[in-house]
Design a protein around this ligand. Structure first.
Ligand SMILES: Nc1ncnc2c1ncn2[C@@H]1O[C@H](COP(=O)(O)OP(=O)(O)OP(=O)(O)O)[C@@H](O)[C@H]1O
Length: 666
């Protein structure tokens, strides 16, 4: 038996610090770490599986495998062995007791990276030549991968390299002429990154447009579409598809692009048939639906052998795309097609492994444009790139443009987001404690404050779920028909949202949903019901179900079917409303409160962000930034104490991956 480490003392095991450890003892430690919640069951089960595969695998190999599975569960694509050797506390980010427990076996593990590598390569479950072996783990330098993730990363890196390798343009003069028609020139904005993004989008098979909220990503891409139509060899057959990771984001993309193309139609007149083009583009789809997700398999209908039938694919909210999905997307795209990725590189990455947009945009802030790109920009837009954005950037950097001026986010919410993104604590504090009704900070507050806000908003900032449930109560009689009412309900729900950092506890999604439901029921806003379902219950899908066409993160609302009175859950799918019988949905949770992660791709008039006392490593700058930028007009921060918030600003997420090196061909 191993001794239980449940105090904070530093050297509990000093007397028994072993210099070697056997497999049985390692598994005892792993079982204890799992019982304490520092590891998942899955992590140690994976090590057991490998131990069966290779009876000679040393405890070092099995420990590395456990930690690799653990890191993958936390969104990392690989285990960085050098970080494990040099700074295990930061890498593991376990509570003090966990780190003490780690110290008990650390002396039995190699002290140098070369020794880890040597031991790993001796095992048959690890390979350094993945093309020649089926071993489940891949060691690439100091990065240890699960074979699957190594494959995805290689696939993404190779596809990006290929798509950006020969970014040439032969129509610079025509591009320049059209750009001056499509944009109103604003001499105050120099350089005009939007124009530059459009020009870059006409060359190469990949372009990335990144920028914070309201910097005009959709405004720009609508103009890029017009430009691609204007410069296409066969405009009448140009096939364009629009997509986003969630149905909500897809609907927003389509709506913005349609609106912008209609506006542009008036500007360019009969020279370019933009309205007809917008109709031909069709609805925006979720990535799952675009790629053709199928029940019971991770494989999509579209892949290299059955590619998508598109010439241009625009994908919004690209920060939410995880590594596996990006690999599938690039695999399904025909070589000639242009992929345009839009997203905010500073937002939280997906829950799943990989921070693909962040990795792809490593050079975006600095620009790092070559003379060749600067010449191209001069020819196609008439602009001179300022010297500070020059540099020896990668081929991908030449195809990436960061929009830097926010058009609708200049007020206190924008200032707060900017300060948080910079890690500027005094700046963030100043905005939070200012007296503008747009931003309020309820400091030293508790979950009950969140519940009160959820009922009826706050002075100066409307919202709260009572007004949403008011629309639910009107039922169809006050609306022209059932569908109009359903749309009104779905719209009303989008006005206000409570966002949480964590899932468990009083400050978590589960606890707050329960408390909010209880408060709404106490004020007679909820209908009497048995079981968990009732008319007006907002739910989030928690597992993909391609058979039902519902995907993880979709939000729907349970309402009575006018014909049968049975509860159906209504979803907005692009512009369309779709419904599924509530009783057919197995994996759902109430969505009055949701995690910041799941809120990506959505914006609400009034957003309440609830931060618990100490959520440790989960509370990061990206999380707070993402939460704030979900607010359109009003933002309320609720914290148990100021320290948690300030600690979060000092903590940046760094996800382990080799994608950046892969892009450079290393
Ligand atoms: N160059 C411009 N001239 C005038 N208005 C602009 C310009 N660029 C953007 N806008 C306006 O600013 C607002 C925000 O633009 P847009 O919605 O395209 O930003 P976004 O980056 O896509 O935002 P989000 O983060 O919400 O996706 C829109 O109303 C848009 O019409």
């Amino acid at each position: 038996m191993i001794r239980r480490v449940d105090t904070l003392s530093g050297d509990l095991f000093a007397d028994e610090s072993a210099v070697s450890i056997d497999r049985a003892t390692l598994f005892e430690h792993l079982a204890y770490w799992t019982s304490q919640g520092w590891l998942r069951q899955l992590d140690s089960a994976f090590a057991r599986f490998l131990a069966d595969l290779d009876p000679q695998a040393s405890p070092t190999v099995l420990l590395a495998a456990t930690l690799l599975a653990h890191m993958e569960g936390r969104g990392h694509s690989c285990l960085m062995l050098d970080d494990l050797v040099s700074d295990p506390a930061t890498l593991l980010a376990w509570p003090v007791a966990g780190l003490n427990a780690w110290q008990t076996i650390a002396p039995a593990m190699p002290a140098h990276i070369a020794d880890w590598q040597a031991e790993l390569t001796r095992s048959t479950v690890v390979t350094t030549t993945p093309n020649a072996s089926n071993a489940p783990l891949v060691l690439a330098g100091s990065r240890l991968y699960l074979r699957r993730y190594y494959g995805y990363e290689q696939q993404v890196a190779a596809a990006v390299r290929q798509r950006t390798a020969h970014a040439v343009s032969e129509q610079d003069a025509l591009v320049r002429q059209w750009l001056s028609q499509l944009f109103d020139s604003d001499p105050a904005i120099q350089p005009d990154w939007q124009k530059m993004a459009c020009a870059i989008g006409t060359r190469g098979q990949l372009a990335i447009v990144t920028g914070g909220p309201g910097t005009g990503k959709t405004y720009t891409v609508a103009r890029l579409l017009a430009l691609l139509l204007a410069t296409a060899d066969h405009p009448e057959t140009l096939r364009v598809a629009l997509a986003a990771p969630t149905g909500k984001a897809a609907a927003r993309l389509k709506q913005s692009i349609d609106g912008a193309l209609q506006e542009l139609q008036q500007k360019v007149g009969a020279d370019l048939p933009l309205t007809a083009f917008a109709e031909r583009v069709g609805a925006a789809r979720t990535l799952h639906s675009l790629l053709g997700a199928r029940p019971d398999t991770r494989k999509f209908r579209h892949h290299a052998g059955n590619p998508l039938e598109v010439d241009v694919l625009i994908v919004d909210e690209a920060s939410m795309i995880h590594l596996e999905m990006m690999a599938a997307l690039l695999d399904a795209l025909p070589a000639h097609a242009r992929l345009i990725l839009l997203g905010d590189k500073d937002q939280l990455a997906s829950v799943e492994a990989g921070a693909v947009l962040g990795d792809l945009c490593r050079e975006a802030e600095a620009g790092r444009y070559t003379q060749e790109t600067a010449d191209f920009v001069a020819r196609s837009t008439g602009q001179t790139l300022p010297a500070q954005y020059f540099g020896p950037g990668s081929a991908l950097a030449q195809q990436t443009v960061m929009l830097r001026v926010s058009r609708r986010f200049g007020g206190p919410i924008g200032q707060l987001a900017l300060a948080v993104n910079r890690g500027d604590t005094p700046g963030a504090r100043a905005v939070l404690t200012g007296h503008d009704a747009a931003v309020q900070w309820r400091n030293r507050a508790g979950p009950q404050d969140v519940v009160e806000l959820a009922l009826s908003g706050r002075a100066g900032a409307p919202g709260g779920y009572a007004s949403y449930l008011g629309v639910v109560k009107q039922r169809s009689q006050q609306h022209a028909d059932h569908e109009t009412w359903v749309r009104a309900v779905l719209t009303a729900f989008e006005r206000f949202r409570v966002l949480c950092a964590v899932r468990e506890g009083d400050w978590g999604v589960a606890g707050l949903n329960k408390a909010i439901e209880a408060e709404l029921a106490r004020h007679d806003w909820l209908p009497r019901h048995r079981g968990e379902w009732y008319a007006g219950r907002p739910v989030m899908i928690t597992r993909n179900d391609p058979g039902m066409k519902v995907y993880n993160g979709d939000i729907g609302i349970a309402l009575a079917d006018p014909a049968t009175d049975a509860l159906r859950v209504y979803f907005l799918d692009g512009q369309e409303i779709r419904s599924v019988l509530a009783s057919r949905l197995a994996d759902v949770e109430t969505a009055f409160a949701m995690t910041v992660h799941k809120s990506q791709g959505s914006e609400f008039e009034h957003t309440v962000l609830a931060l618990p006392i100490d959520a440790g490593q989960i509370l990061t700058r990206e999380l707070v930034y993402t939460g704030i930028t979900r607010a359109r007009q009003y933002f309320t921060l609720v914290t148990a104490n100021p320290q948690g918030f300030e600690d979060a600003l000092g903590r940046q997420t760094r996800r382990a991956s080799g994608l950046h090196e892969g892009l450079a061909g290393r």
